[in-house]
Design a protein around this ligand. Structure first.
Ligand code: MLT
Ligand code: ZN
Length: 488
């Protein structure tokens, strides 16, 4: 596979290099550029330095952007024509959504053509009877949520970057977020997809049906495939009835095991929309950078954030009764419950703003999961490992503990360069991955594999599985033009 002109491949993760080495950007050859102009129009092919920089990176901080051009198609037919051109010219394509990913899945570091779905951002159809919405892949997640709300419905997949991520990227990475405990992952909301495969075929997958047992469900193969099999162009999404009067409860918790006791107590008695946690260090960082106040006067080692629907007035009484039981058991030291939507939003920000707040410190991110039942032992083991192997680094804990997903962020000290820091952290990653494997867990719970987690894929997937993935890739993308080097 060649990219636009001469290839300049950057360092591969998984080898000993983990460095941010600037890569010279290739310019696209004139003939290919003219053909692209003919497909989308001249103004829809960007080659200026700013566009190459911003479209060439996601939210990872490891690589240097070096695409040869950015193309902005306006229809599935244009996407198909670009993919066909890429096949004939042997041109690598990086599909691009909101580029909010944290694993390098949308990074173009080797002279690829970035195919950005920004212009394909329309709602195409809404059906109240089916409670479904068909949209183009470039619609911003929050716009889809707002559209659903205007129809009296609810799109429940939500996360801090919903304001800039696109639904196509959510589907390509099977995004999770804060409501998974109640509503599942993006996969659970996709009724149908229209994709252009790496071969240039248009596939219409599942056509919005709830029941359709007619053989292999390719829709699910494309969900989470990180742009390696095809380009998601349209999606039909299922919508839910809106939650009734959600309340947010933040509890100050004494230690890690107590968080699990609190989870057991609340999930046994209430239907929870979310059960998140964060450490006091995470709160410290958020309060230092955001105009927010601590949930209560007395700081505690950890915090659990719960959301539940107040379907009846008794629900709040139940929640308060459980709070008293948790205090009596010594698990919970303090607590606060939202009285209105604005308080609920502010409490959520204490958790949701962590990721963006930490980004200033170029953190080394872990996104790992085990079965919820394994969490207490797993957390103990990860905590031991982190304190032994990161004695001099600040380790910030937070995550979606209700669904077994921990985010462990190691902050870069000012005196270390990004390269030195990443090098040191990546050596610990092998040990973290071994631990994850020993617990039958996942090295990437919700951020995907991309470039960043590729060296660790084999700790969660067998060699046979990885080989089948490669065969699958060669079926849908025989020339390997789509997102080369990502995932497998
Ligand atoms: C989150 O849970 O805040 C997101 O997955 C982002 C992150 O892990 O930093
Ligand atoms: Zn997360």
């Amino acid at each position: 596979m060649v990219t636009c002109a001469t290839r300049h491949y950057g360092p591969e993760m998984g080898s000993s290099t983990f460095l941010s080495i600037p890569i010279e950007s290739d310019s696209m050859d004139k003939n290919t550029l003219q053909q692209l102009h003919a497909i989308v129009g001249e103004t829809r092919v960007l080659t200026d330095a700013d566009s190459l920089q911003s479209y060439g990176l996601d939210r990872t901080t490891v690589w240097t952007a070096a695409p040869c051009a950015v193309v902005l198609p306006g229809s599935i037919e244009e996407v198909q024509a670009i993919v066909r051109l890429a096949n004939s010219e042997d041109l690598a394509i990086v599909p691009s959504g909101g580029r909010t990913g944290l694993s390098g899945g949308a990074v173009a570091k080797s002279g690829e053509l970035v195919l950005a779905l920004d212009r394909m951002n329309k709602v195409l159809d809404f059906n109240a009877v089916d409670r479904s919405l068909t949209c183009q892949a470039g619609i911003i997640t929050q716009q889809l949520q707002e559209y659903a709300e205007e129809q009296g419905l609810f799109y429940p997949v939500d996360f801090a970057s919903a304001g800039s991520s696109q639904i196509g990227g959510n589907i390509a990475t099977n995004a999770g977020g804060i409501n998974v405990i109640r509503y599942g992952m993006t996969r659970d909301w996709v009724l149908g997809l229209k994709v252009v495969t790496g071969n240039g075929d248009i596939l219409e997958l599942n056509r919005g049906l709830i029941k359709n047992n007619t053989g292999y469900d390719f829709r699910h193969l494309f969900i989470g495939s990180e742009g390696t099999l095809g380009i998601i162009c349209e999606a039909t999404m299922r919508l839910a009835p809106p939650p009734k009067d959600p309340a947010v409860l933040v509890l100050g918790v004494s230690d890690f095991p107590a968080i699990m006791d609190v989870l057991k107590t609340y999930s046994g008695a209430l239907t929870l929309n979310a059960f998140e946690f964060f450490s006091d260090l995470a709160l410290d960082k958020v309060l230092a950078h955001q105009p927010l106040t601590a949930p209560f006067e007395q700081r505690t080692p950890y915090y659990a954030l719960l959301e539940f629907e107040q379907t009846t007035p008794e629900v709040l009484d139940t929640a308060m009764g459980l709070f008293e039981n948790c205090v009596a058991a010594g698990w919970v030291l303090d607590g606060v419950v939202s009285q209105n939507i604005s308080q609920a939003k502010n409490l959520w920000r204490l958790r949701e703003d962590i990721s963006e707040t930490l980004s200033f410190a170029k953190p080394y991110k872990n996104d790992i999961s085990v079965q919820v039942s394994q969490m207490p032992d797993f957390i103990r083991a990860v905590d031991d490992l982190a304190s032994q192997r990161y004695p001099d680094f600040e380790v910030v804990w937070y995550g979606h503990i209700g669904d077994g997903n921990l985010h462990l962020n190691i902050l870069k000290p000012d005196e270390l360069s990004v390269e030195e820091f990443n090098q040191q952290c990546s050596s610990v990653s092998v040990e973290v991955s071994e631990l994850v494997q020993a617990f039958n867990g996942s090295v990437s719970a919700e951020h995907g594999i991309g470039l960043l987690k590729k060296p660790y894929l084999s700790y969660t997937r067998s060699e046979t599985e990885i080989s089948l993935m490669r065969q699958m890739k060669s079926l849908f993308d025989p020339k390997g033009i789509l997102n080369p080097g990502k995932l497998i």
